[in-house]
Design a protein around this ligand. Structure first.
Ligand SMILES: [Ca+2]
Length: 211
């Protein structure tokens, strides 16, 4: 019996974080600004600002994995859902990018229903924001959502990194939101000066508009 237990203990010790520091291996370090989410590759210690700097700004700055090594962090990656890596619990790291568990489905679970010109996005993640326009990645491309003076906002305002629910009408290849609910708010926006020069926005694949 002991022989069966020992290998498990060894595995657990390898997979767990260093209890002395709470640090786990991170493929990417991500930064939330008022217009987009940007990520830098590599271990946190290779960043000019260092891990302590990231922890100071958490969750606006956070560490994350990249299970399929496509440059998009797990917390934003639609491909990550359903993968073998997704079924394993993520490493425990105090500065790991937050996971959104509110609303229908699970994080990264993109859900869009279209009936004629009516659109209902049950769950989507805001990648980028330009004024009233929000860019949401989907498995087939990107969805553009635009808010207006008539949009009813529930539970806060959307921003890059937020998980949202939208009801609206398709107008000019965009979903004009009549109602927008924030399932999980975005972290506070970092000033651009706090983002390392090497950080770049994850590129949705494909990146073509779906409407
Ligand atoms: Ca990825």
């Amino acid at each position: 019996m002991l022989q069966r237990i020992v290998p498990l203990l060894v595995f657990a010790a390898c997979a767990a974080d260093d209890p002395a520091t709470g640090v786990s291996a991170a493929a990417l370090t991500c930064f939330h600004t008022s217009t987009q989410v940007l990520c830098a590759s590599g271990a946190p210690t290779t960043l000019a600002d260092g891990r302590t700097r990231v922890e100071d700004f958490y969750p606006s700055a956070c560490f994350d994995g990249d299970a399929d090594a496509d440059g998009t962090p797990d917390f934003l990656d639609l491909d990550f859902l359903g993968s073998a890596a997704a079924s394993a619990p993520p490493p425990i790291d105090a500065a790991r990018c937050p996971i959104c568990n509110r609303g229908p489905g699970t994080q990264n679970d993109f859900r869009l229903q279209i009936f004629d010109t009516a659109a209902e996005l049950d769950r989507g993640k805001v990648y980028a924001q330009a004024g009233a326009q929000l860019t949401i990645p989907t498995p087939q491309g990107v969805l553009e959502v635009v808010t207006t003076a008539a949009t009813q906002f529930d539970d806060g305002m959307p921003a890059p990194g937020a998980e949202i629910r939208v009801e609206g009408t398709i107008v000019n290849h965009q979903v004009e939101a009549t109602r927008l609910k924030v399932l999980c708010p975005a972290p506070a926006a970092l000033p651009p000066k706090n983002v390392p020069p090497g950080a770049t926005p994850p590129q949705p694949d494909p990146s073509t508009p779906i409407l």
